[in-house]
Design a protein around this ligand. Structure first.
Ligand SMILES: [Zn+2]
Length: 362
């Protein structure tokens, strides 16, 4: 039986486990604490950073968890298990692993995808002083995905209308409209925000403090959801033919760049994503970025869960019994309880992190 002790039942537990394991294994821990907000049990909300290796390493690999709140449970377990795996013996010279724990701590603690302002942190890294990117297709999506009721009949009607829209505008336009990110409807899905979120600020503070000195920098942003059950997929946004894309292929193999296993038929044009902000902040470094998704359910169920998460925030309180069931399904979608899934995810995450550290250390 695999050791699943790195998995936690709450944000506070995950945080304590991460910090304790980091300290016990010789990593140094830093915290970026939200000035006012607390978790559901009054616990502090922090982006915690563990530096494993030299603080001034010229090669720095960041692995982050919880960009999408609830997905942090799996990412946190991956980070904690990696810390507990004897990293000091495997770390190449002049190389550090810097773990960002709970990039969106409010969402993690409240078991939600977005921030306290219903913002998808992974769409929030845009220039808020300039006009926002437009996503005109979302105007048609919004009334479909925001029903007041979320019973079975309401969900069936939502999917009937989404199918109709997809058939009419095509797969790629549908993906961009649905989940590319939007800045027009604050109570909608994949909302990028009308201001920089605290989590955005904290992330950039942490990058300045722990990565800005590096000559070679890389980031693995750990997610769950997209991809086949018990397997992982990579999303690489570096352009075709770029040196960064070649590095991603060298480190993680062909599947790092060929979208193997991605269940989307056509990827959206994403706006304001975290790993792009990371690269933009480090103009003098050689930067490699990758998103890793540990697959859970099929795409339709991921869409259902994201719409359900939005319904919970705006309508759930008026339907407490239904909300409990819906939230349980939501959590199960992004943090499966099946021990086989957890064991597979841990094993794969260790290899992905080790490949990253070996790659940047070469
Ligand atoms: Zn995610």
């Amino acid at each position: 039986m695999a050791d699943l002790s790195a998995f936690s039942g709450s944000y506070a537990e995950a945080r304590a486990r991460f910090i304790d394991t980091a300290r016990a294994t010789g990593a140094t821990v830093y915290e970026f604490r939200h000035p006012t907000l607390k978790g559901p049990n009054g616990e502090p909300l922090c982006l915690d950073v563990a530096v494993a290796g030299p603080e001034d390493a010229e090669r720095v690999l960041v692995a982050g968890s919880g960009t999408h709140g609830i997905e942090g449970f799996a990412g946190s377990a991956a980070q904690t298990a990696w810390l507990a795996s004897g990293w000091a013996r495997r770390l190449p010279k002049r190389t550090a692993m810097v773990l960002f724990h709970a990039l969106n701590p409010w969402g993690f603690a409240h078991r939600a995808r977005g921030t306290e302002e219903n913002v998808d942190l992974n769409r929030n890294f845009v220039d808020h002083d300039r006009p926002y990117p437009e996503n005109p297709g979302y105007a048609e999506v919004h009334p479909i995905v925001t029903p007041e009721s979320w019973d079975d009949a309401a969900q069936a009607e939502v999917f009937r209308q989404l199918d109709e829209l997809r058939a009419r505008i095509g797969e790629k336009a549908f993906s961009t409209a649905f989940n590319g990110g939007q800045f027009s409807h604050a109570d909608g899905i994949y909302f990028g925000g009308h201001r920089e979120q605290w989590a955005n600020y904290a992330f950039r503070e942490a990058v300045v403090k722990h990565v800005a000195h590096a000559k070679h920098a890389a980031i693995i942003d750990l997610h769950t959801g997209i991809g086949p059950w018990m397997e992982h997929i990579y999303l690489c946004f570096h352009p075709e033919g770029s040196a960064a894309r070649k590095r991603a292929r060298d480190w993680w193999g062909e599947r790092a760049v060929n979208l193997a296993g991605v269940t989307h038929k056509a990827l959206a044009d994403y706006q304001g994503v975290l790993i792009d902000a990371f690269a933009a902040m480090l103009p003098k470094a050689e930067v490699t970025c990758i998103v890793v998704e540990f697959g859970t359910l099929e795409r339709k169920e991921i869409q259902r869960a994201n719409m359900a998460g939005r319904w919970l925030k705006y309508h759930g309180a008026r339907h407490p019994a239904l909300a409990r069931v819906v939230h349980e399904q939501f959590c199960e979608t992004f943090y499966p309880s099946d021990p086989r899934w957890r064991a597979a995810m841990l094993e794969q995450s260790r290899e992905i992190l080790d490949r990253g550290i070996a790659g940047i250390g070469r």
